[in-house]
Design a protein around this ligand. Structure first.
Ligand SMILES: O=P(O)(O)OC[C@H]1O[C@H](OP(=O)(O)OP(=O)(O)O)[C@H](O)[C@@H]1O
Ligand SMILES: O=c1cc[nH]c(=O)[nH]1
Ligand SMILES: [Mg+2]
Length: 207
């Protein structure tokens, strides 16, 4: 497995919008989806392709098309904020939803919903969630997906805490983690610092 911090000036610029506490909901959503789209280029570079015969205006030639189904799995709610940005570039992907929230007292993940496409086990699965804090939510999600037969999983997040990365690497060493930034750590409430606050609340305007 690997942990990949995707460094790019466009991502860093848009990440400033996410971190800024004065950014409004509209710009927050736009910037989040744009970063997710930019990250997709790196996170999909190992997708399988097959050769096909294609007729150009000049002659027949051999070209390549995707040969592997892709499923996005946003962790509700905040993961929804990355889906449109990724679907721009992988429009044939299916979307499975997993509802898990973090109990803010125990910090344990609490499951409330799941709906996966029927071919999820054969898919390359991209789990998406802006925040990797203690790692409880994504580890729960990976456990769930492996439990229904998925074996090819990557995780895309915007901000990751080193503590959460260590938990995922320990439990699921086969899962690649892509992050736009690895932050300093977790505060006493297990919030990432400097971070961006509560991603779900900032996407949906619930605070
Ligand atoms: O790594 P962890 O310590 O588990 O924390 C990260 C989780 O916390 C946030 O979700 P939250 O529980 O706030 O739910 P929400 O998306 O509905 O706001 C975030 O979007 C992750 O899913
Ligand atoms: O910093 C954090 C930690 C967990 N969930 C968030 O939305 N933000
Ligand atoms: Mg939240």
């Amino acid at each position: 497995m690997s942990v990949i911090e995707i460094k790019h000036p466009l991502i860093e610029h848009k990440l400033t919008n996410l971190r800024n506490k004065y950014t409004d909901t509209k710009l927050f959503r736009e910037s989040l989806n744009e970063i997710a789209g930019l990250m997709t280029y790196e996170a999909t570079k190992d997708l399988e392709v097959k050769e096909v015969e294609t007729e150009t205006p000049l002659q027949m030639t051999i070209t390549k098309v995707l040969s592997q189904p892709v499923t996005l799995v946003p962790i509700l709610r905040a993961g929804l904020g990355m889906v449109e940005g990724i679907l721009q570039f992988v429009p044939t992907a299916k979307v499975g939803h997993l509802g898990v929230y973090r109990n803010e007292e125990t910090l344990e993940p609490v499951y409330y919903y799941a709906k996966m496409p029927s071919n999820v086990a054969e898919s390359k699965v991209l789990i998406v969630d802006p925040m990797l804090a203690t790692g409880g939510s994504v580890n729960y999600t990976i456990d769930y997906l492996k439990g229904v037969g998925v074996s090819n999983i990557s995780f895309l997040c915007i901000i990751a805490a080193p503590e959460g990365i260590a938990k995922v690497v320990e439990r699921h060493p086969d899962v690649d983690i892509y992050a736009a930034c690895i932050d300093e750590g977790l505060n006493e409430h297990a919030y990432i610092y400097p971070g961006l606050g509560d991603a779900g609340d900032r996407i949906f305007g619930t605070k």
